[in-house]
Design a protein around this ligand. Structure first.
Ligand code: AMP
Ligand code: MG
Length: 298
């Protein structure tokens, strides 16, 4: 009998046998309930009423044990996504300074194959970017089918910092909510699954994180005096974020308000929401266009 090639064997391992992978994964542990953090379409969110220290009723020890299982599953799903080539995953991360965007990326997506995952960070637009529409730089950074993309800040800055610091007139930024929804619809219609996470912290927590940056010589480089200007506008940012959630949390591209002061819980929520979204895609490895049994490697 002909020996099956390594690729064929690998394909079998990857193919989700009728819920096979899901069983292996859920049997070990119940899923973190991420749905409670998802903003339902058109809902008014009052950030001041949402506890930033939630832990989902889990212990830190338990939570920390679960993360590697989820990230391993993420890596597996990413490989499947690459093999199938029909979908992409776009993660949008927004937050006030020091809420842990970078750390979330490292912990949740660190174990994923770097060949299939690109991070794009959006800073103050360059002069060239300013001469284009606000989505120009964003659209180019969208992950191609078959891969993951992470936005560290995003097109949402154009209705957040731009609004709060009055960098454009209200007429300009108000029109952007519709532009954003249409843009995200275009992406999801094209196979890009979109998940948007707001890492939710309190003003007191940000103070402690900033102080830590000042105290520790190895962390001082992270401190940016300009961040204090944003901190002084805390309430205005809150209002701007609340409008974003109300206007732009859609069924195809939902927002999650992630309690982010228990950092291990924050990581779990992001990882679990990504796993859930990917499993919903029901991805399959493509069938080979040859009969593996007929192939003999000499
Ligand atoms: P950081 O992510 O801390 O390195 O800082 C990037 C900075 O770029 C943040 O202060 C953002 O508010 C700012 N930024 C990002 N996008 C825009 C934008 N479209 N317009 C103005 N400022 C922006
Ligand atoms: Mg800043």
């Amino acid at each position: 009998m002909a020996k099956r090639s390594a690729t064929a064997r690998k394909n079998t391992r990857l193919r989700p046998r009728k819920g096979g992978d899901a069983i292996r994964y859920t049997a070990r542990m119940p899923r973190v309930n991420v749905d409670r953090h998802r903003v339902r379409r058109g809902t008014e969110v009052r950030l001041g009423r949402i506890d930033t220290k939630q832990d989902g009723g889990l212990s830190e020890e338990d939570g920390k044990k679960r993360l590697p299982v989820l990230t391993e599953r993420l890596a597996e799903l990413q490989e499947l996504m690459y093999a199938e080539g029909k979908h992409a995953l776009l993660i949008v991360l927004q937050a006030m300074d020091a809420a842990g965007k970078d750390s979330t990326i490292r912990h949740v997506f660190g174990p994923v194959n770097p060949q299939g995952c690109r991070v794009a960070s959006f800073k103050v637009p360059t002069s060239l970017e300013r001469r284009h529409d606000f989505l120009w730089r964003v659209h180019r950074a969208v992950p191609p089918l078959g891969s993951f993309g992470i936005f560290n800040r995003s097109h949402y800055e154009d209705v957040l910092v731009v609004r709060v610091k009055k960098l454009a007139s209200p007429r300009v930024w108000k029109a952007r909510f519709d532009h954003i929804n249409a843009f995200e619809r275009l992406l999801t219609d094209n196979g890009v699954a979109i998940l948007k996470f707001y890492l939710h912290i309190s003003k007191g927590y940000q103070k402690r994180r900033f102080e830590r940056r000042l105290e520790r010589p190895d962390k001082r480089w992270k401190f940016n005096v300009g961040d204090l200007e944003d901190r002084a506008r805390w309430g205005a940012y809150r209002t701007a974020y609340e409008e974003v959630f109300r206007r732009c949390s859609t069924t195809h591209a939902p927002w999650y308000v992630v309690p982010a002061e228990r950092r291990w819980y924050r990581n779990l929520v992001v990882a679990q929401a990504a796993v859930n979204a990917l499993e919903k895609l029901k991805m399959r490895t493509p069938k080979p266009d040859f009969d593996p049994a007929s192939i003999r490697i000499d």
